[in-house]
Design a protein. Sequence first.
Length: 263
Amino acid sequence: MSFHRVQPPRRVRLSDAIGEQIERLIVDGTLRPGDVLPTERDLSKRLHVSRSSLREALLKLEARGLLQAGRGGSLAVTDVSAPTITAPLVHLLHQHTKAAEDIQEVRHGLEAMAAYHAARNATADDLRKLRRIFKAMSKNGSKRDALADAEADTAFHMTIAEASRNVVLVHIVHGIFNLLRTSSFRARDLLYQHPENIPILHDQHAAILTAILARDPEAARAAAQLHFAFVQTSLREMGKNRVPDVSDNRPKVSTRGKRSARS
């Protein structure tokens, strides 16, 4: 066995240090997909670096696909977590009952995790956005449009995932965006056939939001679990061509949700 002389690590170039700082801002969610960076002159002043070093760092980040050129020479953060499940595959999955149930199970786990971490890590901007989306979801009262509500529902749950500040979770949720949107529409298309489900869904979303605003991770997770357990149970019963008994489902699902929250 032979050993070789260990060479001291080379000094980090200033441009690399600049790039690492911008990368960290992207990873922790401070810089989000689509955010436009300040002008080169402004950014160099904020970082207290020369414009030549900054330009070198930005070029490297652009070459790696983390930044993309925009109008007027501006640079914006690239959406590196674009949907990976295509529309044809989404359509195929929803044509099979077992696959459709699997989708709801995956959502159940991911959304509960996202709600838990959002209650811990959401910023003031995240909370304002959640309030705004929830208000839009509530404005039509009992007369609802399944497609419009599905879009709002997807935005609500996507925002919760982003508020978790867990970059891996955010990437996964963005990757199945098409799946979430189609799943939400199909669920509402069925659930809205029974108007009594509309206020129940509203109350469940309100409970998730309230727990996140209260910074109560366990309550947020339990509320998300209750919501998706109710959707799963209702869709399963409708699949049997039987109208679900809402009054029977609610206590049963609630107990199940609270038990899971402690696990």
